[in-house]
Design a protein around this ligand. Structure first.
Ligand SMILES: Cc1ncc(C[n+]2csc(CCOP(=O)(O)OP(=O)(O)O)c2C)c(N)n1
Length: 307
């Protein structure tokens, strides 16, 4: 379930099962106090963690630790559940409602959600989507990009390291030459590994790369705006002309400046059997902040006073 939808139901959860997860979203971003490592979480539902790494159970202690291959452990749990209980139709309805409410609410994170909606429309179900930490990446975290089948979504996760996305997406395409692969980066992050354009050209790696160019490290600039009175330092960057840069490396490139313009260009890029870069232009500071959907101390529509 996407995290914003899951947050709607969190207060009624009796047992949380964490599968190969550090559970950062519920305990770091939803709880009113920060996650304490090397202890049991205080309050909240009972916690069962499944992880192949025993050290994880000391780092964040569950009520019940299951050190196991997650596929095996999940299969056993499912077998028990199938015989133990009738499906709870009321609960299934609540889940469907929470998903619909969350999906509607996050649409205000624009223009990122409109761009994600275009990518989702154009990329086939088995296409692999590789976002990097950026405004588009954060919009993905909050559930803005429905993942339709296993092994079709790769991202930096907890590490959130800039420079990871483009190189990783190249590897994903080499490993899956028959599946479309789309890499999405901000201009700042893309520049950490931009030289790999030459690798893409040399080996004809038919990856489609979207670079969102707003000449900004946006979340750093936003922090400086909101927390430091707009005293910007190092967050407003000078980016190259990515079309000319890609072309100089032997990679075909196009430029767009709206979600509507992206659609036909992305279709054309995915049909081309060669590396393509699409530069997406946007104004500095024009992206809506996604943070209210990440640090969700309350459900949607609930103020702190109602808690
Ligand atoms: C190696 C590394 N350095 C710094 C950061 C902190 N950081 C996270 S997002 C970000 C800004 C990213 O800017 P850009 O790639 O241009 O994307 P935008 O947010 O503007 O869409 C920074 C500096 C990080 N995650 N990884």
């Amino acid at each position: 379930m996407p995290p914003v939808a899951a947050r709607q139901l969190w207060d009624e959860v009796d047992l949380l099962i964490g599968i190969g997860s550090r559970l950062e979203m519920p305990y770091l971003n939803w709880a009113n106090k920060f996650m304490q490592y090397e202890q049991k979480p205080s309050g909240g539902p009972k916690l069962l963690r499944i992880d192949i790494d025993p050290a994880q159970m000391d780092i964040f202690q569950p009520d019940q630790a299951v050190v196991a291959d997650s596929a095996q452990a999940c299969r056993l749990i499912l077998e028990q559940l199938e015989t133990a209980a009738e499906p709870d139709h009321k609960r299934l309805d609540d889940i469907a409602t929470a998903k619909a409410v969350a999906w509607q609410a996050i649409q205000k994170v624009q223009p990122q959600l409109s761009y994600l909606n275009v990518i989702r429309q154009v990329l086939p179900r088995d296409g692999i989507y590789v976002p990097e930490v950026s405004q588009m990446g954060f919009a993905t975290w909050i559930g803005g990009f429905p993942v339709l089948q296993p092994r079709s979504f790769i991202e930096g996760g907890y590490q959130g390291n800039l420079g990871y996305g483009f190189a990783t997406a190249l590897g994903a395409k080499v490993a899956n030459p028959d599946r479309p692969v789309v890499s999405v980066c901000g201009d700042g992050g893309f520049m950490f590994g931009a030289q790999e354009l030459i690798t893409a050209a040399e080996h004809n790696i038919a990856l489609v790369t979207l670079v969102f160019n707003n000449s900004t490290y946006t979340n750093v600039r936003r922090d400086q705006l909101l927390g430091y009175g707009g005293r910007f330092s190092g967050s407003e960057i000078t980016s190259p002309d990515f079309v000319r840069m890609a072309e100089s490396c032997g990679v075909e490139a196009w430029r767009v400046d709206s979600p509507a313009a992206l659609k036909p260009v992305l279709e054309k890029a995915l049909a081309a059997d060669r590396p393509v870069l699409i530069e997406v232009m946007s104004e500095r500071g024009s992206e809506a902040s996604p943070w209210e959907f990440i640090h969700m101390h309350q459900r949607l529509g609930h103020s702190a006073a109602q808690q």
